[in-house]
Design a protein around this ligand. Structure first.
Ligand code: BGC
Ligand code: BGC
Length: 847
């Protein structure tokens, strides 16, 4: 397989072949013309595959755009270029600002409540639609974009499909089309027009926090899926219902190289050659474009040091000219602000490079004014402005938006029963079954007989948050409980229902203990939810406090057959868990239909499997915590389980014990995000006390003072696991420093500095918190402002959004002193932990 893969990848014709296969079954609406390969004016363009067919523009649509462009004022044109987030823009604003689009970011929802019902989403869609219609001037309908990336995952009650990594294991392009259709339908029910999907990243370093958003490390799989998802979401070219009647606009993302960054760092630098960029990382785009994808999202990453949002060659020469992409390019979340010499509030260079719409969630207002200036002063040319607006109008016209009534009057809108309907859930459950990969099944422990007594335990067995992962209700998928998912079943509930119906007995045990000895023990565990950079890791070892390993080992020692069901967003080093289980199932992030797991693991009462395993690894599985870049076709260490691996019930393979303990520090913490643990700075971090000319490093001591400030150990959960800081009057500061961190990505997202601290409002005094990033960070915030209004003295988790601590997120690139706490009066605070964490709830900078 490996050798064959290398050969295939060397032929750039590969992508064309895959894409042509997709096209063969669709009827283009607009006459396709075979385009010559001779438009490769730059010789390096030769490495980019040639599309077999390009769409030609519809003259009537173009004439309509001409007429519109002639009427639009420059303000209306600039407005089209801007997309604002509903957490920062109101319907009222649209009566004055002629914006082209709105989005809801992962944490943004009507009334700031990500758990609000679907009615509120539809009502808000109407409110925005109507407000935009009330503005004076030429009416151009608004577009609302949402991350419907594994189902319409922001809406309570929606069907939640497995994340892409699991879908990749299913190897079923037709199923992707069906998933796209259902996702689109559920999205229009609540009034949104556009899904920021599919993600066609080809993740090549599993340390990346977005690995689970990638179908595969293998570009062929990504290419075979991309067009299918697009067709499912939008409808097929030639179908009169395309972009109407329950379809939404699709955008492929993130162009390009998102899965190839150095060290797997989210938003980092992809150092691939142009050939690798074209053949590996861009593999999904020809297929998506030929399927008619209307929008493409630019990526946060750089290619060889240059940010994609400002990359004219890739955005304009490759995507628009070489491939003839005639829709528009949207930016990613303030991504334009990372281009050299740009800010979230100003970036003419991005538009000149080929970006057509800025995603400017919170920066839109100043960006609008500055962009008007940039048009006036020529930094953005009229030709480019008109081309960008033309593309946006083209998409809006094709999507029928000028003709559609308000969102609640559209096809299926408000039919909330159809959200998470039994038919939709059945498809998701099928996807779960197909996504499971059986890595080990010694002594044919699986399938478990339907009449067996089965113990189900582990923290993933009955936890919707864990089984759905990031991008579910909230950005990070954190804080989700069973009640937030009216149309769903947990993995445990699936076992319970299945075993009951077959005459077996299912026993759920939260702590793993049992009264009656079970025939089999199933332990469900794995990674907790995360999204984007918060999921970046230094290695791919699975880490926990040891609970699940102990459980497996205890059952094993008692002679009870053990089954591990592992939930994760990436392949991980789990060797000790493999040794402690008789059967091991990689279930990835299955979504709302946990019952799909019991469908495959539990046999009927005759002992015959109800469904066999069909999933095959779409990512190579590591045999060491540091083997994060094992990719099919590459040289390098052997994976434990190769790409394509997966047992089924006909297999008789027995897996011998694997290497359990590499020479590796499994207790290492990520010091880019974690500063203080159990009251002590995590090396290389240190705590320094400063007062006037005095500066003293705590360096492991249990107490230390400088004039006006002393530090001493205090007990919280265990002995001396907190650091108490006491000020006695006069200005003094406690600083966490010792290395330099880059928190720009974190500050651009909803990320907070989290302090687990003992605070008593009566003695807190005037303690203020500040980041060390120079002028952009020099306004300290009173810690008291981040306490709940009715707080009493005790241990609190304080979240201080990074956005509250700086006016310029780019300034957090090289912080040496990320936290300083200062006071001038008698004041006290005790710190147990300091780390970064997702902002829960709406961003509030003080009371
Ligand atoms: C992500 C995109 C997403 C966008 C809107 C960005 O941070 O990179 O994938 O579509 O936010 O939520
Ligand atoms: C938003 C996400 C976005 C992320 C970018 C978050 O605040 O909710 O949608 O992708 O920021 O970092």
């Amino acid at each position: 397989m490996g050798g064959q893969m290398i050969r295939i990848l060397r032929r750039s014709a590969l992508l064309t072949v895959v894409a042509a296969g997709v096209l063969a079954c669709s009827q283009p609406a607009e006459t396709p013309t075979a385009t010559a390969t001779s438009d490769t004016k730059d010789s390096s363009l030769a490495v980019w595959p040639v599309l077999s067919q390009k769409r030609t523009l519809d003259p009537a649509t173009e004439a309509r755009i001409d007429a519109l462009l002639a009427k639009l004022t420059v303000e209306e044109k600039v407005g089209q270029l801007i997309q604002a987030d509903i957490a920062h823009v109101t319907p009222e604003d649209l009566k004055t600002y002629p914006l082209g689009s709105i989005l809801n970011g992962g944490n943004s929802a009507p009334e700031g409540n990500v758990r609000i019902g679907p009615e509120a989403w539809l009502a808000l869609a109407d409110a925005f639609y109507e407000a935009a219609g009330q503005r004076d001037g030429t009416h151009v309908p608004l577009l609302w974009g949402t991350d419907a990336v594994h189902g319409h995952n922001n809406a309570v009650g929606a069907t939640i499909f497995p994340h892409n990594i699991g879908l990749g294991a299913a190897r079923d392009p037709e199923l992707m089309a069906r998933i796209g259709e259902i996702t689109a339908l559920e999205t229009v029910i609540t009034g949104q027009d556009w899904s920021f999907a599919p993600t066609v990243a080809v993740a090549r370093n599993d340390r990346w926090g977005r690995t689970y958003e990638s179908y595969s490390e293998n570009p062929e799989i990504v290419a075979s899926y991309a067009g299918k998802i697009v067709e499912g979401l939008q409808g097929e070219i030639g179908d009169p219902r395309r972009l109407r009647d329950g379809h939404v606009i699709s955008s492929a993302k993130h162009f390009v190289g998102d899965g190839g960054t150095h060290d797997g760092i989210d938003q980092g630098d992809t150092r691939a050659s142009e050939q690798e960029l074209a053949e590996i990382h861009a593999a999904g785009y020809p297929s998506a474009i030929e399927a008619g994808v209307e929008i493409i999202m630019a990526s946060f990453n750089s290619w060889q040091g240059n940010k994609l949002h400002g990359h004219k060659y890739l955005l304009t020469d490759v995507l628009k000219e070489h491939w003839g992409f005639d829709g528009f390019i949207v930016g990613d979340w303030n991504g334009h602000g990372q281009v050299a010499d740009c800010m979230p509030t100003r970036c003419p260079a991005a538009i000149m490079a080929g970006l057509d719409m800025y995603m400017a969630p919170d920066s839109w207002q100043a960006l609008y004014r500055n962009t008007l200036d940039d048009v006036a002063n020529g930094a953005i040319t009229e030709v480019r402005l008109d081309d960008a607006v033309r593309r946006i109008l083209r998409v809006k016209i094709r999507a029928g938006l000028f003709a559609k009534p308000k969102p609640s009057e559209r096809y299926m809108a408000g039919d909330f029963k159809a959200l998470g309907s039994p038919a939709h859930r059945a498809v998701a459950r099928q996807a779960v079954r197909k996504s499971l990969v059986l890595l080990k099944n010694n002594d044919a422990v699986l399938p478990v007989a339907g009449d067996a007594r089965v113990l189900v335990t582990g923290d993933g067995a009955h936890d919707m948050g864990k089984q759905t992962g990031g991008w579910t209700l909230s950005w990070q998928g954190s804080g989700n409980s069973r009640e937030d998912f009216p149309n769903a079943n947990t993995i445990w509930e699936g076992f319970e229902e299945t075993l009951q119906s077959l005459g077996g007995e299912a026993v759920y045990s939260a702590d793993g203990s049992y009264d009656q000895r079970p025939d089999v023990a199933i332990v469900v565990f794995g990674e907790g939810p995360y999204a984007e950079f918060t999921g970046d890791r230094n290695d791919v070892a699975f880490r926990e406090d040891g609970t699940h390993l102990r459980l497996l080992e205890q059952y094993q020692a008692a002679g009870i057959p053990t089954v591990a069901v592992f939930l994760s967003g990436r392949p991980m080093w789990v060797n000790r868990y493999l040794n402690a289980s008789d059967a091991f199932v990689a279930a990835f992030l299955p979504g709302s239909e946990g019952g799909g797991i019991a469908d495959v693991l539990i046999a009927d009462s005759d002992g015959k499997a109800q469904h066999d395993f069909v999933g095959r690894l779409s990512f190579s599985w590591p045999n060491h915590p540091l083997h994060a870049t094992l990719n099919v076709g590459n040289d390098g260490p052997d994976p434990l389980f190769a790409f394509g691996y997966g047992l089924d019930y006909t297999a008789t393979t027995s897996l011998a014990a694997v290497e359990p303990l590499p020479d590796f520090d499994l207790t290492a913490v990520d010091t880019q995000q974690i500063l203080v643990v159990r009251g002590a700075p995590v090396r290389p971090w240190s705590v320094t006390l400063e007062s006037g000319d005095y500066s003293q490093d705590l360096s492991g001591r249990s107490r230390l003072s400088v004039p006006a400030l002393s530090a001493a150990r205090q007990d919280y959960r265990s002995q001396e696991d907190a650091l108490r800081l006491a000020w006695t009057g006069g200005h003094a500061t406690a600083i966490v420093g010792g290395q330099s961190v880059d928190w720009t990505r974190a500050a651009n997202g909803d990320v907070s500095l989290v302090l687990e601290a003992h605070v008593d409002p009566a003695t807190l005094g005037d303690v203020a918190l500040q980041l060390g990033c120079g002028d952009a960070c020099n306004s300290p915030r009173a810690v008291a402002d981040f306490l709940p209004a009715d707080a009493t003295g005790g241990w609190h988790t304080l979240q201080v959004p990074l956005k509250c601590l700086t006016s310029d997120t780019n300034a957090l690139a090289g912080m040496n002193e990320p936290v300083s706490l200062s006071a001038t009066r008698n004041s006290t605070i005790a710190l147990h932990a300091v780390h970064l964490g997702p902002t829960e709830g709406p961003v509030r900078c003080g009371k």
